[in-house]
Each structure stands twice: as C-alpha cells, then as structure tokens.
Design a binder for this molecule. Sequence first.
Ligand code: HEC
Length: 98
Amino acid sequence: MHTKRFLSVAGAILLSANAFAVPRGELLASTCMSCHGPGGKSRGEIPNLAGLDKAFIVKSMQEFKSGTRASSVMKRHASGYTEAEYELMGEYLSKLKK
Ligand code: HEC
C-alpha cells in the first residue's frame, strides 16, 4: 500500500522531470550509461561515449539500426529510438567531458 503510493508519487515526479526539468537528451542517454560507463566514460571494452562528435554518434546509431554497421547489442538499442532522439542523445553525449 505504502509502496504503491510511493511509486505513483515517484512516477509523477519522473513524468514532470521529463517534461520540465531534466533535459530530454540527458534522460534518454541515461539508459546508455549502464554499459558505456557513468558519464559516458567507459573503463572497459565497451567504447567511450563522452565527448564524441555528435555527428558520429547520430551516424553510428543510424548504421546500427539499419545493420550497415555490425554490432552485438547496439542494433537492439538503436532500434528503440527515433532520429530526433538520436540528435538529442548525440547533443548531450558530445558535450560530456572526456
Ligand atoms: C547492453 C550494453 C549497451 C547499452 C545499454 C548501450 N550500448 Fe552502445 N555499445 C555497446 C557495445 C557492446 C558497443 C560496440 C558495438 C556492439 O558490439 O554492439 C557499443 C557501441 C556504441 C557506439 C559506437 C562507439 C564507437 O566509438 O564506435 C555508440 C555511438 C553507442 N554505442 C551509443 C549508445 C547509446 C547512445 C546508447 C543509449 C541509447 C547505448 N549505446 C547503449 C553496448 C551498449
């Protein structure tokens, strides 16, 4: 009961953050960080995203989606977003410090 109430409040906060406070590019890119590292700075084998060229990020996402560029997991990730969302993510990620 309390949990349910908390979740609906949290949901409402998230929704309003989406619409007003957290820039959409940042929100979209937050799902990428679990693999690409906090702040887009990868420490492992998965490529770094922080500070990459926006055009390169957008192009990579398009190529992953279409399959022009081979990938293990990125085709699945790229397929979940629109062109406009690639632009927003690319804009945000390109501005992160390397
Ligand atoms: C499940 C882990 C995972 C998630 C989540 C993930 N990626 Fe990736 N990403 C990879 C891997 C692994 C590669 C290397 C290509 C491949 O094998 O798919 C990659 C490659 C890339 C590249 C190419 C980088 C380069 O230097 O060539 C870009 C750009 C990229 N990802 C963007 C994103 C964005 C934007 C998101 C969030 C929407 C995201 N990724 C989410 C694992 C992930």
